[in-house]
Design a protein around this ligand. Structure first.
Ligand SMILES: *Cc1c(COP(=O)(O)O)cnc(C)c1O
Length: 233
């Protein structure tokens, strides 16, 4: 099941890339693994996802101990509390969800303590939704311009979760907006910035995201099936 789903997603990703005149190899598939146990994560890795994205520190710690991610890089993609930064910095290859300044400062401190450079993405709250965290589109270039203050972090790009769309195509304007911000930041050649990743697109809108320049789609439901939130999920 999981392997077949991944093959189908890959085919759709390739089609979307070709339609956009892009090389399909430019676009990575990140499996959003929340609420899926180690054996299912291993199945996804065996079927060839490029990386795994975990939302909750507790799941990251548990599945890491179970060697769930062996063979694939693991990213953190959820809201990260500053008191849990120690459990994530240096444990994941990329923190995609740097959504506020105090978190960036905290990651910098911990990475410095460990003597490493932590790759990060800035998360943009592109739909300006109350329910979501993230930098505004306006402040994101300023944060990128201040990266010299965070020598133990390396800015790899931007991540965004646009509002839930009503129909396909609805989110293109958000994806376009993020891409433009990334292009502007890249053009300024900031300190410790690589700006090679644009993480956008999920189960419902990854083809639109690819059309608008995404280089990494984060897919959960289309790989693993629907998630059933039991108690406090
Ligand atoms: C769960 C999750 C996804 C995947 O969502 P689906 O709609 O299930 O594909 C992507 N990104 C983040 C940050 C998530 O939490």
């Amino acid at each position: 099941m999981i392997a077949e789903n991944i093959a189908a997603i890959r085919a759709r990703m390739e089609d979307a890339a070709r339609r956009a005149g892009r090389d399909p190899k430019e676009i990575l598939l990140c499996a959003a693994t929340k609420m899926n146990d180690a054996s299912r994560v291993r199945e996804a890795i065996a079927a060839g996802v490029d990386c795994c994205g975990e939302n909750r520190v507790q799941e990251l710690v548990q599945k890491s101990a179970e060697h769930a991610y062996d063979g694939a890089p693991v990213h953190f993609i959820g809201h990260l509390q500053t008191n849990k930064v120690k459990q994530v910095v240096g444990k994941v290859t990329l923190i995609q969800s740097v959504d506020r300044l105090p978190l960036l400062e905290c990651i910098e401190k911990e990475a410095a303590r460990q003597g490493i450079v932590q790759d990060i993405l800035l998360e943009i709250n592109v739909g300006q939704e109350e329910s979501k965290s993230g930098f505004t589109a306006e402040e994101t270039p300023e944060i990128a311009a201040s990266m010299a203050q965070y020598p133990h972090c390396r800015l790899r790009g931007l991540m965004a979760i646009p509002p839930v769309s009503e129909k396909s195509g609805d989110n293109c304007r958000y994806f376009e907006k993020i891409r433009r911000i990334a292009v502007d930041i890249t053009a300024k050649k900031q300190h410790n910035s690589l700006m090679d990743i644009l993480s956008m697109g999920m189960t419902d809108d990854f083809e639109d995201a690819i059309a608008c320049g995404s280089t990494m789609v984060r897919v959960g439901t289309a790989i693993f099936g629907a998630r059933y939130y039991h108690n406090n999920g």
